[in-house]
Ligand binder design. Structure first.
Ligand code: ATP
Length: 613
């Protein structure tokens, strides 16, 4: 078997598997609706077969009117009955279609809700490291691509396919009843268009898979051209036309491939339609011949011609449905793959810690590497942090400081070595539980385009309604006065993304993030570059406050301002992923190593050498 055909086979399997999963979901959540819709679709499926007889009845009755001489009353009455039956069928069909459309609309919304909720629930359970893998963003792009709507479309297409297959079989049997050659002709007309449309559906899906990265890059470029974060640099550096060119190139790469694929599809369709028209012509000739031989009545002639043409059109719709079904079901398959992504592990019999810790945190020989980096970022790091210790982590850019902090609080799991809290390895603890005892301000802290209450209250959700505590947390970071000055107080909306929002300066946003951290009464406090955007007074005040707030707690602070590390109990100096020095400020200054060199270099910036000498 060639690679291509095995891919096709597996794609067919995944399409059907996806359909089964979706039907299972519908069965689980909306059983009643499901059964009702199947019943309606079955009724709709039988109608075309009945229509063949009714049409034959109408034509034959009409023929009687035109050919019989004298008493025509019975023939006229019979025609009326047949025509009434025909109208009842059509009206019934319209009513059922209206009903199924209404039901589908409601089901679509419900299925979309269930799927989107599952995607969101899944995303928050993924280990943080997943977000460092480009593959994750490709997957996310695929599942974000209207997947929730597609799920219901798959169901509808499946129902329509079932209905049309049923109709097709019914018509096929009726045609055999008229003459076997008609049934064979129907098969010859319908099968080629089926095969072509299935192939087109598969080709579209594989194109989507191969284009995800290009599409994501093109959207990223477009967001740079239109977004707020990049707007300043685009103007200052004049890079708009460069970005526009890159975007245009990616856009056309994607567009050309789509045009080619669709043109191929159109070519196939044109050939197929030509063949079908030829076959229909041959069937008509055959029918005339059968009529001439007396094998068929005029009514049968008309109803068979209509039935074959109708079935042929129906089969085209069916084949197109099948093609779309493949595409949509394969997309839904991407959702199933997304839902199978490995979640952060929670040990079955997780151990409980007693807080505050009495032995502290210990890292033993930990080595950590990002999924897309070629070498370890942290190498065989061992460190012991005792309860109540204030730890500062310093070093050059890229030395691994933030990575170490994320490992120590269990956001990343080292590939080698162990991190223990009170002697218990982190993988024996429930992350949701121990994280309740940790608070952090990261370098890339969030600026939630929401109210002050939410921005601070997220630190401790169950206290979000307590205004006094919210203002107290704001006060600790130096923003209490500002909050009180606002007419809406803690309910002031922040950011420019939504109407009425109050934009803050970078330093103020940083203070909001600090307030969020202070709002939680945690045992481990992490500050990664907490004062980068703060004015000197606010910075000095923060360090004073930080010392008192973290008394008897473990604090981990990453900072390039070495002055702020002077009061730390333990300073870890990182260089190229290894701890090269550790001790307190005095010990490290006496050591005269990297810390001392960096400290002097920074101190010189503050003091005029000549004045000092
Ligand atoms: N998500 C990631 N995927 C791959 N490599 C990464 C990732 N994040 C960081 N790195 C790499 O890991 C190294 C350490 O990064 P880290 O952010 O821990 O350094 P740092 O010491 O905190 O630097 P800085 O002082 O500049 O904040 C860097 O070389 C960086 O390129």
């Amino acid at each position: 078997m060639t690679e291509g055909s095995s891919l096709e086979d597996s794609s067919q399997r995944s399409a059907w598997k996806a359909a089964v999963v979706i039907v299972g979901m519908l069965w689980k959540f909306e059983r009643g609706m499901f059964v009702f819709t199947v019943a309606l679709f079955t009724i709709v499926a039988i109608i075309p077969a009945i229509q063949i007889y009714v049409t034959e009845g109408v034509i034959n009755a009409l023929a009687q009117i035109t050919t019989s001489e004298g008493q025509k009353g019975n023939a006229v009455y019979e025609t009326f009955v047949w025509i009434t039956l025909q109208s009842v069928l059509l009206i019934g069909l319209l009513a059922i279609t209206f009903l199924t459309d209404r039901i589908s609309l409601r089901l679509r919304m419900k299925m979309a809700y269930h799927i989107e909720a599952q995607i969101a629930d899944k995303a928050v359970k993924l280990p943080l490291i997943t977000y460092d893998q480009p593959d994750y963003y490709d997957r996310l792009q695929r599942v974000s691509n209207g997947i929730s709507n597609r799920a219901m479309t798959v169901i509808q297409e499946l129902f329509s396919l079932g209905r049309d297959c049923f109709s097709f079989v019914a018509i096929f049997l009726v045609l055999i009843g008229f003459h076997w050659s008609m049934a064979i002709a129907l098969l010859l007309i319908v099968i080629p268009s089926f095969i072509i449309n299935i192939r087109i559906g598969q080709a579209h899906f594989w194109q989507m898979i191969s284009q995800t990265t290009v599409l994501r890059k093109s959207r990223y470029m477009f967001s740079l051209l239109t977004g707020r974060d990049s707007a300043k640099e685009i103007r200052i550096y004049g890079i708009a036309s460069y970005l526009r060119q890159v975007w245009a190139k990616l856009y056309w790469k994607n567009a050309e491939e789509q045009i080619e694929l669709q043109t191929r599809g159109m070519r196939f369709n044109a050939v197929q339609e030509g063949v079908v028209e030829g076959a229909l012509y041959a069937v008509s000739m055959l029918l005339v011949w059968l009529c001439a031989g007396g094998a068929l009545s005029i009514g049968s002639f008309v109803s068979i011609t209509q039935a074959i043409r109708g079935s042929q059109q129906n089969s085209e719709v069916m084949a197109r449905n099948l093609s779309h079904f493949y595409q949509d079901a394969l997309h839904v398959g991407e959702w199933i793959l997304f839902m199978k992504m490995k979640e952060e592990e929670i040990p079955e019999n997780s151990l409980m810690l007693t807080w505050p810790l009495h032995k502290g945190i210990e890292a033993q020989e930990i080595t950590f590497q990002y999924p897309n980096s070629t070498k370890p970022i942290l190498k065989e790091i061992s460190v012991q942090i005792r309860p109540g210790q204030r730890v500062a982590i310093v070093g050059h850019n890229g030395a691994g400081k933030s990575t170490l902090v994320k490992c120590l609080i269990g956001l990343y799991t080292p590939q080698e070595g162990t991190i223990m809290y009170d002697g218990v390895p982190l993988n024996r603890l429930d992350p949701d539980r121990y994280r309740q005892r940790i608070t952090a301000v990261f370098q890339d802290y969030m600026q939630y385009q929401l109210s002050v209450r939410e921005n601070i209250g997220f630190g401790q959700l169950n206290h979000i309604e307590n205004e006094e505590e919210l203002i107290e947390a704001a006060r600790k970071s130096g923003l209490g006065g500002w909050v009180l000055e606002q007419s809406q107080g803690v309910d002031t909306p922040l950011g420019v993304m939504f109407e009425g929002g109050q934009e803050l300066s970078q330093g103020q946003w940083q203070k909001i993030a600090l307030s969020r951290a202070f709002f939680r009464d945690a045992e481990i406090v992490v500050l990664d570059e907490p004062t980068a955007s703060m004015d000197p007074m606010a910075e000095a005040e923060l360090y004073r406050l930080f010392s008192s707030l973290t008394e008897n707690k473990i604090s981990l602070m990453v900072s390039h301002r070495l002055g702020s590390c002077k009061h730390a109990d333990l300073i870890l100096v990182l260089d190229q992923g290894r701890i090269i020095e550790q001790g307190n400020h005095r010990e490290l200054m006496q050591m005269g190593g990297l810390y001392a060199t960096m400290f002097h270099a920074q101190a010189e910036l503050y003091y005029d050498k000549e004045v000092i000498s």
